[in-house]
Design a protein around this ligand. Structure first.
Ligand code: GLY
Length: 354
C-alpha cells in the first residue's frame, strides 16, 4: 500500500489503526477487508457528503465483497437528535443488520458521533468504522470513541464511549472543503497545539499548513490520551480545552455557530480569563487570539457571561456543584481547574472581550 500513508495505532480495548493519506475512500473496501470479515455494511452519511463520496465508497466496499446499504440524513448539528438516531436504528433493523455486521460513518463530526452512537446501541453494539471527510473529524472527533446525540438541554448529552474498528482518513477530501469548514477543523488542531505542542501551534501562526502532517500529529497525541484515559476520568478532560464556553456558544446560537468556531471563541475566552486570574506563566491570550484570527476563527462572542454560564451548566463537565474547566498555563501546557459552579459566570466575564 502507498508509502505516503501514515498509520497510527490506538491501543484501546479493542485496539485499532487510524490511517491518514490520499485515496482511502476509493480503496476503503480492500482496506476494511484487513479488519472485517465478509459482512453487511450500512454506510451512514449526510446530504452534503453523499453527492461527493457515497458512490465511491459503496463501489469500493461492494467490489471487495461486502454487502452494502446506505442511508443519507439531513446535514447539520440541528439534526443530531434522538429523532434522527431512532430513524437510523429503525433503518439498521429494516436492513436486517446482525451482530457480525458493521456501520460506516462517512462524513464530519455530526455523522461520526451519531452513526457511532447508532452502532454502539444497535443490538447492544455492532462494529463501526469511521470515514472522516472534514478536517475537524480527522483531527479530533473520529478518533477516541466518543459518540453522541444532542438533547434539548445540551450538546452530546446522550451517548456512549465506543471505539471504532478502524478510522480511514482520506486527505483527498480536504481539497473540496470550503475555507470556513477548514477553519472549523483548524480550531481543534490549534487547541491541540495549545494543549501539548508549541511547534504544532507555531505552524498555524506561520501559515505553513501541511494538513496530513497536522492530522497525524493531532491523532498521535489524542491516541495517547485516549489509551491512558478512554472514558474521561481524568487526563482526557484536557481535550475539552475551549469546550465549556464553546458548547455554551453553540447552544446559545441554536447550533448556527459551528463547533470549531465556537471552540475557537471558547479557547480565546478561557485564555483571557486565565491570564486575568494569574493562572498563566505570563502573557498568553494575545498570542492565542492572534493565531485564531489569522486562521479565520472568532476570538469572542456577543452572548453575555450570564447566558453562557447558564448554558454551560447543563454541560457534562458539571459534576454536582463543581465544574472542571481546562485552563492554559503556557502554549503546550494546560491544567484542569475545578471551580464551584457559582464562580463560572465571573470567570467567563473575565474572558469576554471589552
Ligand atoms: N473531543 C474530545 C474527546 O474526544 O475527548
Amino acid at each position: 500500500m502507498s508509502s505516503c500513508l501514515q498509520q497510527i495505532p490506538v491501543h484501546t480495548a479493542p485496539p485499532y489503526q487510524v490511517t491518514v493519506g490520499p485515496g482511502l475512500l476509493r480503496t476503503c473496501g480492500p482496506r476494511l477487508q484487513e479488519v472485517l470479515s465478509p459482512c453487511r455494511i450500512a454506510v451512514i452519511t449526510d446530504s452534503h457528503v453523499a453527492p461527493l463520496y457515497l458512490e465511491r465508497v459503496c463501489e469500493s466496499l461492494q467490489s471487495a465483497g461486502f454487502s452494502v446499504v446506505s442511508r443519507v440524513v439531513p446535514a447539520g448539528e440541528q439534526h443530531k437528535t434522538m429523532a434522527t438516531l431512532a430513524q437510523l436504528l429503525e433503518f439498521l433493523a429494516e436492513e436486517h443488520l446482525t451482530r457480525t455486521d458493521c456501520v460506516a460513518a462517512l462524513g464530519g463530526g455530526v455523522i461520526g458521533d451519531m452513526a457511532g452512537f447508532a452502532a454502539a446501541v444497535y443490538l447492544r453494539g455492532i462494529r463501526c468504522v469511521q470515514l472522516p471527510t472534514t478536517l475537524l473529524s480527522a483531527v479530533d472527533s473520529s478518533v477516541g470513541g466518543k459518540t453522541a446525540v444532542d438533547l434539548s438541554a445540551g450538546k452530546n448529552l446522550a451517548g456512549a464511549f465506543f471505539q471504532p474498528a478502524a478510522v480511514l482518513c482520506d486527505t483527498d477530501c480536504l481539497s473540496t472543503l470550503p475555507p470556513e469548514i477548514l477553519a472549523d477543523g483548524a480550531a481543534e488542531a490549534i487547541k491541540t497545539g495549545v494543549l501539548c505542542d508549541e511547534s504544532l501551534f507555531s505552524l498555524f501562526e506561520s501559515g505553513s499548513l501541511d494538513l496530513p502532517e497536522i492530522i497525524a500529529r493531532c491523532v498521535t497525541y489524542k491516541a495517547g490520551v485516549v489509551e491512558r484515559d478512554p472514558t474521561e476520568q481524568g487526563e482526557r478532560k484536557l481535550l475539552n480545552l475551549g469546550h465549556t464556553v464553546g458548547h455554551a456558544i453553540e447552544r446559545c446560537s441554536g447550533f448556527a455557530i459551528p463547533h470549531g468556531h465556537a471552540v475557537a471563541a471558547g479557547l480565546a475566552i478561557i485564555a483571557r480569563a486565565a491570564e486575568t486570574r494569574g493562572w498563566t506563566d505570563g502573557p498568553l491570550a494575545e498570542r492565542i487570539t492572534a493565531c485564531l484570527a489569522q486562521n479565520g476563527l472568532p476570538t469572542g462572542t456577543d452572548y453575555s457571561a450570564e447566558a453562557l454560564a447558564q448554558a454551560a451548566l447543563s454541560d457534562k463537565k458539571r459534576a454536582g456543584d463543581t465544574i472542571t474547566v481546562v485552563a492554559p498555563r503556557q502554549i503546550g501546557v494546560c491544567e484542569l481547574r475545578k471551580l464551584p459552579v457559582s464562580q463560572l459566570q465571573s470567570l467567563i466575564a473575565a474572558g469576554l472581550e471589552v
